[in-house]
Ligand binder design. Sequence first.
Ligand SMILES: *Cc1c(COP(=O)(O)O)cnc(C)c1O
Length: 301
Amino acid sequence: MGERVLVTLDGVVADANTPSLYADDIGALRGDGVFETILVRGGTATALEFHLARLRRSAQALELPEPGLAKWRSAVELAVKEWGAEEEGMLRLIYTRGRDSEFDVPGSGLVPDEPTPTAYVLVSPVPARVTQARAEGVKVMSLARGISVDLAQAAPWQLLGAKTLSYATNMAALRFARRMGADDVIFHSTEHRVLEGPRSTVVIARDKQLITPPAKIGVLPGVTQRALFTVAEKKGWECKYQSIFTADLFDCDSIWLLSSVTLAARVNQLDGVRLSAPDNAQEIMDMVDAGIDRPGTIGDW
Ligand SMILES: *Cc1c(COP(=O)(O)O)cnc(C)c1O
């Protein structure tokens, strides 16, 4: 256990401890590619079809070749089988623009329009922080993202709705927060509107309402948030996509960071202010669990 599983898109189980990327892979050179992170639980890749649908949308945003979803499905199936059903795993779909040298082959007369994308599935153990975040929640710091809520619409090249491999800024924000004694981050816009976490969706609960910022302001549409809303609506919660100001975060019953592997992490401290758990905290976590158990269908986005 704990061994990583690597499966290439052509269905080959590879040795995860042997180098397999070319040095000129554009994913490594420029972070030019997209990814998905999926929870493996009980021997299945949870909410797989939602993730495949988003992989396709992200690829479209970067003008990468259309990912062949049937191949991705089989590669995931194989990877999950290799991983087994005993332990939870963190499964990543990685899809990059491929090799830089394939863009232009001097004098060959054989210049492909586009390189062949690099595509593989990697399963790793769930990080230790996940268990703690699920059980105890997270200390969060709010940080400026330095963008307006209008940017996503005005500047599509910012790729704000795509899950791209260019996450150095997000990781830097998390390191900054850690230095300041926090576990995670909530980004806000120049207008002090709540955006998202560096790797999670923000949802607030107030009475019998769940509210998350709409994707059009430049946040990634979250699979886990969608899963929660689907279940919650059936249970009589009112679920809304609505602007949240940072001040609203101190005027609600609970704040949640939702993501595919951690699932629901309750914010137990925000900018140094302790936030106690509401009575319905477990109900919200249970609804997330129930929501991700549905495989989804490709048309669901
Ligand atoms: C992955 C991610 C999320 C959460 O999405 P899930 O589909 O729930 O895992 C939210 N925001 C960002 C920036 C992300 O990268």
